[in-house]
Design a protein around this ligand. Structure first.
Ligand SMILES: Cc1cc2nc3c(=O)[nH]c(=O)nc-3n(C[C@H](O)[C@H](O)[C@H](O)COP(=O)(O)OP(=O)(O)OC[C@H]3O[C@@H](n4cnc5c(N)ncnc54)[C@H](O)[C@@H]3O)c2cc1C
Length: 411
């Protein structure tokens, strides 16, 4: 155990904290990593369906969502580019990565999230960080020479510098319950309202919940708020509403606090655009409308869409009236799906909002309000789409905060 005050205490052994501790440690610096759970990195363990989608294969800062300045976000991401991150995992951690071609996602070649968590923990320890599990931070106060950290159970700890990497509010069973967000707010940081993001959406419309289990590709839009990251992706009807990557990636449009009504969510089904469907419907002849649609879409969805359009499934194409063709094209390419709620933090992969990016130095992530305090990971006001972007953010900001603290010790 490290005697006396630490040089750096990192709070939270999740993705960001593990990187922060590893980069802060070394050359005899006294670095302690505090973690409230028994083992840390629990979101890494459940990520990517237990495979951990560790990184994407391409990145564009415009795909990230923030209420802060996009310029600050870009500066932070620029600090550790994707290819450098990839090299860190492959060369420094010796963790072989494999590209999943169809999704463009990178996974550990072993397909085991546990390998990622374990290698990161080993690496932080090998660099000299002391890891203390079962230690929950409850309070943080500036002292003359640094910080006092109060822990659950009454113990306390002194440190020159503190890195807070306690995550957001999503899936609280993994250990993140928003402690860091509350402490940052108490220390006077400007906060953007938090909201669950990358979370399934719900509906009370029986027509759509009756399709529970149907899955296909879809492109979802919500004009004028369609996210920049918008492509055809997996869509799943559930007994409570809508899920799958296409839904999670647009969910923030409906969960983000806003003035006024959210826009409508419009679905274009399958891998076809309006022109493709127009050609099909213009075929004419005696072939039934449903026969043409079910060539490309699941049977149950086909019938529900035609019913929604108010056109009999058995109508021969040659007898389709102009307004019927328009109604069918609308249901196939711009169907408004009624969103009445969402699954909240319980199912959210990330937290939107948080500490405003203007509150930290974009290079060191040192707080502009509280010198000697560094903030990183999900508690900062940014998140990306499904596909490894949120770990990319956690790795980049964790490393920046660790290096920032290390640099600060020499000043
Ligand atoms: C189901 C699921 C799947 C996901 N899959 C992917 C994926 O495949 N790819 C991807 O890029 N992203 C994925 N994400 C998102 C990703 O997991 C997060 O963006 C990332 O883990 C955030 O890292 P973090 O270190 O900021 O926070 P966290 O990982 O939440 O870590 C915070 C840590 O701090 C600890 N802590 C909290 N409060 C205290 C306290 N008071 N004292 C001490 N310790 C504390 C927690 O126990 C936790 O270990 C997924 C998320 C979920 C929920």
């Amino acid at each position: 155990m490290i005697p006396g005050p630490a040089d750096v205490v990192v709070v939270g052994a999740g993705a960001a904290g593990l990187l922060a501790a590893a980069f802060a440690a070394g050359e005899g610096r006294r670095v302690v990593l505090l973690e409230r759970t028994r083992d840390g990195g629990r979101k890494i363990l459940i990520s990517g369906g237990g495979r951990c989608n560790i990184l994407p294969s391409e990145v564009d800062p415009r795909w990230f969502v923030t209420d802060s300045s996009p310029h600050s976000l870009r500066n932070i991401l620029r600090g550790w580019p994707l290819q450098a991150q990839r090299r860190f995992f492959e060369e420094e951690l010796r963790l072989a990565l494999a590209l999943e071609e169809e999704s463009g996602k990178l996974f550990p070649a072993s397909n085991r999230a546990r390998d990622v968590r374990d290698r990161l923990l080993e690496h932080a320890r090998a660099r000299g960080a002391e890891v203390r599990f079962g230690s929950a931070l409850t309070g943080l106060a500036a002292t003359d020479g640094g910080w006092q950290l109060d822990l659950e159970g009454g113990a306390s700890l002194q440190s020159r510098l503190v890195v807070v990497a306690t995550g957001g509010l999503s899936v609280p069973t993994t250990g993140s319950d928003g402690t860091g967000l509350r402490l940052a707010e108490r220390l006077g940081h400007v906060m953007h309202p938090t909201y669950p993001a990358l979370t399934p959406l719900t509906t009370t419309a029986a027509r759509w919940t009756a399709l529970s289990g149907v899955s296909l590709d879809a492109r979802l839009t919500a004009p004028p708020d369609t996210p920049d990251y918008n492509r055809r992706q997996g869509f799943l009807f559930t007994h409570r509403g809508f899920s799958g990557p296409a839904v999670l990636n647009i969910s923030h449009v409906f969960t983000r606090p806003r003035d006024g009504e959210p826009p409508a969510m419009l679905a274009s089904w399958g891998d076809r655009d309006r022109g493709d469907w127009e050609r099909d419907l213009n075929e004419g002849g005696r072939v039934h409308l449903a026969t043409v649609v079910r060539r490309h879409l699941p049977e149950r969805l086909t019938l529900a869409l035609l019913d929604q359009a108010g056109v009999p499934a058995e109508r021969p194409l040659a007898q389709l009236r102009r307004e019927e063709r328009e109604a069918v094209l609308g249901a196939l390419t711009a169907l408004p799906l009624p969103v009445t709620g969402h699954e909240g933090y319980r199912k959210a992969e990330v937290t939107g909002g948080g500490v405003a990016l203007s509150e930290v130095d974009p290079v060191t992530l040192e707080s502009r309000r509280a010198p000697g305090l560094f903030l990183c990971g999900e508690m900062l006001d940014a998140f990306g789409p499904i596909g490894g972007y949120n770990f990319l953010w956690a790795w980049a900001t964790g490393r920046a905060a660790g290096l920032g603290a290390r640099r600060r010790l020499t000043i």
